[in-house]
Design a protein around this ligand. Structure first.
Ligand code: GCU
Length: 690
């Protein structure tokens, strides 16, 4: 890595002398297949990783090195001698194309560590897996690893505004993608690709879903009148190919966010009506042109009929009609269309809208279309119920959209781990196919599906604004690969690779991250299912960061007699969009989980909860608890002074100071608001009475 930015979890720190021998014995000599660009990446990574960790030069051979007892072999089955004589090629060819096998075998008296896979990308993943084992200090003497990803597509959606280099909802500086300088490529693209490939990401959308000129310019904007929709122009496609060529080395495919009105804006047509034959032809020609330039192009991402973006509603067509014209253009190409379900307009309850727009057209989407659904029905709030659509569209390819960047969870400042939240979403039982159909299974069911994450990185040396937030990038990718992994496991392996093998550091960092989500919920919401209480300021960085409960009263439902929004079957009807018995569970305040209670119910301030406390007192208590929790996180981090290197320690410590202040501001503003509406004083006398 360039010294101007952090190397995140790919630090490759030297293994302790006392533990070196078994690794050096097996990993000092390697015989690696050649040819594909990915194999160049494999060799470069082995050198960097093994030389860093084992402290001596790696010997790369053109043939199996018979003069040494033990060596590493990386290649496809059949291609290389030690492999095909010891591992049944069919076992490998039968794997998912991104899968791999790592196995210790004996060959003509040599002990070989074999990494093999059905594709070049699989070899990249297998190599990173092996390096991770060494970085984690795990044994490698008797390996038998067979890995396959649960989700076929594992994509990062950058909300980067090309030409301006700003990032919508990005809190880590400018966009790393420099369109003015492309096709010149930056070293940082390679390092970003390495980070992504090391955890199995296989797709990147480099531009914002809002493809116009940003309506909310940020401090990082380098003003330009050019906008994301122009990336479909030929010279920009050539620049895109330069980017694609970097990512390709790491098995990552490039996609594009496109504007639904492109046939008008770029093609000079009078309409973008999906039923118009010229429009069809335009999209077909455009897609064919892209594949001529970028043969492994991944596909399109589309935000249509949402927050001012054009879409099929402009022509009275449904989302299926709208998406299918694009989907058809991908017939015969290995790519697809990711069509976002984030659609809402003026309505009494925004939560019901995505379902109303999409559920009735289940089965009408082209096979080359995937409907990409945000995890919850509102918008990446601190905690939301899981979107009803995951259980409602069995005939459609579905993707889940998660947010890595912390738009509502403390932005680039608060060290809020999203990993436990994502786990909750993925484990949620949709009952789509009877009991035991969690979201993770719904997503893993078909090839045309997967998980997309709104990106978090920017030009900042930390990549993510706060060093601890690198864990969200790492954890997102690990969960896409294997949603069965536990939050604890993911966070611990991240901490070990990022901060070294000191157990005290690993334990403390893990505790901080594991507790951070609940703290975030408590001070931002009071913990009973309220949400969307933020300030909608002018400046990008205060927008959605500060408290502003008075701005969106309809999301809170505070009245003199109570609080919360009635989204039961009898109320807005949102709860009725779930399958039974979920509807039943949420409809009844007695069975509705407390953490979502006020999302589904409008209840009297003095409504008694299970532990005998009232709703209002619990809101006060949770807001106060949230601040205490953040203070504890900060104290834990402070205890690592002198143990973690000074630079990173100070960087994170400064952000914890701001975190505590901001948690207090939220607590004070929310408690004041609850008091204003309820008139019920805090039993503990903490909340000032007007
Ligand atoms: C939120 C967010 C916007 C974003 C939108 C989306 O509303 O605040 O910045 O464009 O989600 O997901 O499309």
């Amino acid at each position: 890595f360039d010294t101007t930015y952090d190397d995140c979890w790919l630090r490759y720190e030297r293994v302790d002398d006392s533990k070196l021998a078994p690794y050096r014995e097996r990993l000092s000599h390697a015989y690696v297949s050649e040819g594909a660009p990915e194999l160049g990446a494999v060799r470069a990574e082995l050198r960097r990783g093994l030389e860093g960790m084992l402290g001596r030069e790696l010997h790369l051979w053109q043939h199996p090195p018979r003069s040494v007892d033990s060596f590493l072999v990386i290649g496809h089955p059949e291609e290389m001698r030690p492999i095909h004589q010891t591992i049944d090629p069919d076992e490998v060819w039968d794997l998912h194309e991104d899968g791999y096998v790592i196995r210790t075998v004996e060959w003509e008296g040599h002990e070989c560590t074999v990494v093999t896979a059905p594709s070049d990308r699989g070899l990249v993943y297998g190599t990173f897996h092996l390096l991770r084992r060494v970085a984690l200090g795990e044994p490698i003497d008797d390996l038998d690893v067979v890995e396959e990803p649960a989700n076929n597509s594992r994509i990062i959606n950058h909300w980067d505004n090309p030409f301006r280099r700003s990032v919508e909802r990005g809190y880590a500086g400018q966009s790393i993608f420099d369109w003015e300088r492309l096709p010149d490529v930056r070293e940082r693209y390679y390092d970003y690709a390495r980070l992504l490939a090391s955890v199995g990401i296989n797709g990147v959308v480099p531009n914002n879903v809002n493809t116009g000129i940003p309506s909310r310019p940020t401090a990082n904007d380098a003003v330009s009148e050019r906008a994301g929709w122009q990336l479909l122009e030929r010279d920009n496609l050539e620049k895109l190919e330069a980017l694609a060529s970097v990512f390709r080395r790491y098995g990552i495919r490039i996609y594009l966010s496109v504007n639904y009105a492109a046939p008008i804006k770029l093609g000079g047509l009078e309409t973008a009506d999906p039923h118009d034959s010229e429009v069809r032809q335009w999209w077909q020609d455009k897609v064919d042109e892209i594949y001529e330039i970028i043969p492994d192009f991944g596909g399109f991402l589309v935000k249509a009929d949402s927050e001012g973006q054009p879409g099929p509603y402009d022509y009275d067509r449904s989302h299926a009609e709208g998406a299918n014209v694009l989907g058809e253009a991908f017939e015969g190409h290995d790519g697809r269309v990711w069509w976002r379900a984030f659609v809402y307009s003026e309505h009494d309850d925004r939560a019901v809208q995505a379902y109303e727009a999409f559920e009735h057209i289940d089965g009408e989407f082209h096979d080359k279309v995937t409907v990409q659904i945000k995890n919850g029905p509102i918008d990446f709030q601190q905690r939301e119920p899981v979107s009803t659509l995951f259980g409602a569209m069995p005939e459609t390819n579905l993707g889940c959209e998660l947010q890595l960047t912390g738009e509502y969870t403390g932005q680039g400042v608060h060290a809020t781990s999203h990993i436990p939240m994502w786990k909750e979403v993925l484990e949620f039982d949709t009952y789509a196919d009877g009991e035991g159909t969690p979201v993770k299974d719904v997503l893993a069911e078909r090839d045309g599906q997967g998980i997309a994450g709104v990106g978090i990185v920017g030009e900042d040396p930390s990549w993510t604004g706060n060093h601890l937030l690198q864990s969200n990038l790492y954890g997102f990718a690990r969960l896409c690969w294997d949603p069965d992994l536990e939050s604890e496991t993911i966070i611990e392996e991240w901490a070990r690779q990022t901060f070294g093998r000191d157990e005290e550091v690993v334990d403390t960092v893990s505790e901080i991250l594991l507790d951070s989500w609940q703290a975030c919920i408590d001070y931002h919401t009071g913990g009973l299912g309220l949400m969307h209480m933020m300030y909608n300021g002018e400046e990008a960085l205060e927008n959605h960061y500060d408290p502003g409960p008075e701005e969106w009263p309809e999301y809170i439902g505070a009245t003199a007699d109570g609080i919360g929004v009635d989204r039961t079957s009898e109320g807005s009807g949102y709860a009725a969009q779930y399958r039974d018995p979920i509807t039943e569970r949420y409809d009844d305040p007695e069975t509705c989980p407390e953490e979502l209670l006020l999302f589904f119910h409008h209840l009297p301030w003095e409504y008694e909860l299970e532990d005998g406390r009232t709703v209002i007192q619990t809101l006060y208590d949770n807001c106060y608890a949230g601040v205490e929790e953040v203070r504890e996180l900060r104290a834990k981090w402070e205890s690592l002074e002198g143990v973690v290197d000074e630079r990173r320690h100070r960087h994170v410590a400064e952000r914890f100071d701001e975190h505590v202040l901001q948690a207090r501001r939220w607590r004070d503003r929310l408690c004041e608001y609850f008091y204003e509406h309820s008139g019920v004083p805090d039993e503990k006398g903490r909340v000032p009475q007007a």
